[in-house]
Design a protein around this ligand. Structure first.
Ligand code: URA
Length: 430
């Protein structure tokens, strides 16, 4: 067996054995297989695809590349939640605390901002004093005592994904169903929860272009989870328009706090409740997340989690020195807000990173004032840009003005959750 032979097999559309996949992955991690060879194989996978058996073998080989978290010390069913990445997606800051307030144990390992999409760790780190670097003992203790912890993955877990993801990011090989499915699910399996709720996004602001691709990815991930003995449910949700009213780290933490206080954007609250209900259902917890929202128990649980991780929310969230409105260029009803353009504007402002080593600006971002369906007149405010300088804020204005599409006719907000996928198949909403 050698790398050239394996690359050639995939180039010619043939199926790998689990041994071939193990050989390739372990060889790459040991440095015996070069970046250019792995990149050639990844591109062959993007073009030729992988069978379900190959994707499972790749996922298992990735899990074996590092440590697996043992959560058996936490009583009850542990439920994790994962989003494939979106713009303004702060559901993790709302749904899981609601589920935890209902009694679900939530051990959640999260990621950082990726391309134009936001990262939960960066959002949480906007809270003064908060740490996302919890060692396994502290992480497990917090889940046992508080019911929820959101932390960074240890570098010893799934090192294969770290190496492969960095290579995929710079070789145009991110958008591939088997590569995304194995990347996400290897991390979820290694993180040790008994059950997983996945939020698979599609549309302008997501990695999956359309609902069909998202359903395919969701199905693949559900079957990988179930194959590893984890009960797994996926929701397929739209990401053409940013979710909720804000894009930015501190801005999204504030929006989550507001939503948990009953003052949230309707769609954002709806999606968060659907996620929380699925988590409760998987954990066989009878309490209702709606009650946790109404009573404020979900908000109290979120605050308890922030405090347990050293967060001092009472010191206030960072605020950008410059806040400038973006004005509508004409009259009309907001038909759509391009999530990709808003995400890219956020990236320019420092919400995410252009290079791995870039710092993020926790205060920067965009607050939407005219959501889909709103009626605006020329000159009225579509959004407010929060930035560290006037020049930077003004530089993203044209992009944001382009992101808002106005229509002469009244517009209804489209539904956000389009399908639910479990081991028995896809159920379309409505
Ligand atoms: N998120 C991941 O963790 N991996 C991917 O490949 C894409 C999104």
């Amino acid at each position: 067996m050698n790398a050239l032979e394996i690359i050639g097999r995939k180039r010619d559309g043939r199926e790998h054995s689990p041994e071939e996949i193990e050989f390739l992955l372990s060889g790459y991690l040991k440095g015996d297989i070069a970046d250019y060879q792995m990149a050639a194989w990844l591109m062959a996978v993007c073009i030729r695809g992988m069978t379900r058996a190959e994707t499972l073998a790749l996922t298992q080989a990735m899990v074996r590349s590092g440590e697996v978290l043992d959560l058996s010390g936490i009583p009850g069913t542990k439920v994790d939640k994962h989003s494939t990445g979106g713009v303004g997606d702060k559901v993790t800051l709302i749904g899981p605390p609601l589920a935890a307030a209902c009694g679900v144990k939530v051990p959640k390992l999260s990621g950082r901002a990726l391309a134009h999409t936001g990262g939960t760790l960066d959002k949480l780190e906007s809270v003064p004093g908060l740490t996302v670097d919890l060692d396994p003992d502290r992480f497990i203790r917090q889940v046992r005592e508080v019911g929820i912890a959101v932390a960074a993955q240890s570098p010893h877990m799934v090192p294969a994904d770290k190496a492969l993801y960095a290579l995929r990011d710079v070789t145009g090989t991110v958008p591939s169903v088997p590569l995304i499915a194995s990347s996400v699910m290897s991390k979820k399996i290694a993180a040790g929860a008994d059950a997983i709720v996945l939020d698979v996004k599609f549309g302008r602001g997501a990695f999956m272009p359309d609902v069909a691709a998202a359903e395919e990815l969701a199905t693949e991930m559900v079957l990988l989870g179930e194959g590893a003995g984890r009960r797994t449910v996926a929701l397929v949700t739209a990401m053409d328009t940013p979710l909720g009213r804000s894009v930015g780290n501190a801005l999204e933490v504030q929006e989550a706090l507001d939503a948990l206080a009953g003052k949230g954007d309707e769609e954002l609250v709806k999606v968060s409740l659907v996620v929380a209900r699925e988590m409760c259902w998987l954990a066989e917890v009878g309490n209702d997340p709606d009650d946790a929202l109404r009573s404020g128990a979900g908000r109290a649980k979120f605050l308890e989690m922030l405090a347990a991780q050293g967060g001092q929310i009472e010191r206030g969230l960072p605020v950008a020195p410059v806040q400038i409105p973006v004005a509508a260029l004409s009259d009309g009803y907001v038909e759509s807000i391009d999530a990709l353009e808003v995400g890219l504007a956020g990236l320019e402002l420092g919400v995410g990173r252009k290079k791995k080593e870039d710092p993020v600006d926790h205060a920067a971002g965009i607050v939407i004032q005219a959501p889909v369906g709103a009626r605006v007149r020329a000159g009225e405010t579509l959004a407010v840009v929060h930035a560290r300088s006037d020049e930077l804020a003004r530089s993203v204005m044209p992009r944001l003005q382009k992101a808002w599409r106005l229509s002469a006719r009244e517009v209804k907000r489209p539904p956000h959750v389009l399908a639910r996928v479990d081991k028995d198949g896809v159920t379309r909403a409505g």
